[in-house]
Design a protein around this ligand. Structure first.
Ligand code: IDP
Ligand code: MG
Length: 156
């Protein structure tokens, strides 16, 4: 099944800078479908679970403090190879390394304050979506233009 779901967060810097709409737009205009969306404050406990793979790294404490400092926009996006497609739209981890044309390469200059999170594998997408969303918050629906974004070959 080539249709995937991924967890995307507009991080606190993105929301504070008034770039939530711009970040969402980058994914939406590519054709990814929003199947879940909310503004929320990440608790210490949720940040700890979400970033468990990074525990012990030098940036971990600062990362948790940054991610819990102000609201984020959390969303689940769906589309063909959505996980990798979103990572490409995001650009490399540090904005300083990210290519122009990517969210991080166009909108930031920081290492840690890099505007956006996206799941990095099918396993992390499943884990992270379950951490942030209840199943009744994820909606299945058809958009009027879907037939012009995804065809049978993409879905196979
Ligand atoms: P990713 O967000 O591109 O997947 P990860 O390596 O998973 O990057 O790191 C998670 C987040 O931790 C990054 O997006 C960034 O906000 C922060 N981070 C990673 N490495 C550093 C660092 O060396 N300094 C400051 N923040 C960092
Ligand atoms: Mg990561």
């Amino acid at each position: 099944m080539a249709i995937e779901r991924t967890l995307i967060l507009v991080k606190p810097d993105g929301v504070q800078r008034g770039l939530a709409g711009e970040v969402i737009n980058r994914f939406e205009t590519r054709g990814l479908k929003i199947v879940g969306l909310k503004l929320m404050r990440i608790t210490e406990a949720l940040a700890g679970k979400h970033y468990a793979p990074h525990v012990g790294k030098p940036f971990y404490k600062g990362l948790v403090s940054f991610m819990t400092s102000s609201p984020v926009v959390a969303m689940v996006l769906e589309g063909p190879k959505a996980i990798d497609a979103c990572r490409k739209v995001m650009g490399k981890t540090f904005c300083t390394d990210a290519e122009p044309g990517t969210i991080r390469g166009d909108l930031g200059v920081s290492r840690g304050m890099n505007l956006v999170h996206g799941s990095d594998s099918a396993e992390s997408a499943k884990r992270e979506i379950e951490l942030f969303f209840n199943s009744n918050e994820l909606l299945e629906y058809t958009r009027a233009g879907d037939a012009w974004v995804v065809n049978d070959e993409d879905r196979a």
